[in-house]
Design a protein around this ligand. Structure first.
Ligand code: DER
Length: 238
């Protein structure tokens, strides 16, 4: 079983919770992609009807359009029955790190108004403490004076040995340029040497900094996590 097989298994399991008539939050990333594929499969087989998808990125929007999934947005559907999305890290309390795919803002907007939010992961995403994996903790910031925001974020997390860097993307000419999100913002990735401590305190402190749009800590939003491992699939519900 490859890692992608595991992602697909978790995604298909989550889609079993999609019922006809639901407004479904469509996640972003290589795991959520399988869930979107599966929903379109069931729609075309007539096993699902009257689904409205609310995509969490232009990437997922384009995938869903190409698959013929009817789409809407939070303006028209302020409540989502079920959101399905991947994650970069999941801790035992189902807190998440998300956003390494760059879509954290729209994901958090959709997933924070979902009656149920099922996270789909392969077992490699499980961690003891989020932010401790030495992988990126993304923060979406306005472009204006991003370097100032980067410094304020490093100061804020100095106790955790934080190093921050502006996320870059290929400029198509062999060089790099700042990565720009769907919302025309930049992303600053934070790397920690030590645990960041209380997540809610960290979240509040980050969100109080002017110029910060949002961050990749999804605290208390997930209602279930479906974990696909080599020994099988398990579901943990809060
Ligand atoms: O960027 C995101 O939040 C994605 O959901 C990401 O965290 C999970 O992507 P993956 O399923 O490709 O690992």
């Amino acid at each position: 079983l490859t890692q992608d097989d595991l992602k697909k298994i978790a995604a298909y399991k989550a889609v079993e919770h999609v019922k006809s008539g639901m407004v479904v939050g469509l996640g972003t990333g290589s795991t959520a992609k399988h869930a979107v594929d599966r929903i379109s499969q069931l729609l075309s087989q007539g096993k699902l009807k009257n689904i409205v998808g609310v995509p969490t990125s232009t990437q997922t929007h384009e995938q869903a359009v190409s698959l013929g999934i009817p789409l809407s947005d939070l303006d028209s559907h302020p409540v989502v029955d079920l959101a399905i999305d991947g994650a970069d890290e999941v801790d035992p309390a189902l807190n998440l790190v998300k956003g390494r795919g760059g879509s954290l803002l729209r994901e958090k907007m959709v997933e924070s108004v979902a009656k149920k939010f099922i996270v789909i992961v392969d077992e490699s995403k499980l961690v003891k403490h989020i932010g401790g994996s030495r992988l990126a903790m993304p923060v979406e910031v306005v472009q204006f004076c991003w370097s100032h925001s980067l410094k304020r974020l490093e100061e804020l997390f100095a106790h955790a040995g934080c190093a921050a860097q502006l996320r870059k993307a290929a400029d198509g000419a062999g060089g790099k340029k700042p990565y720009v999100t769907d919302n025309n913002n930049y992303i600053i990735d934070l790397y920690f040497e030590k645990e960041i401590g209380d997540l809610n305190r960290a979240s509040d402190a980050v969100l109080r900094l002017p110029g910060i749009v949002d961050h990749g800590m999804f605290i208390g939003l997930a209602t279930s996590v479906i974990i696909a491992g080599v020994d099988g699939v398990t579901i943990k519900t809060k």
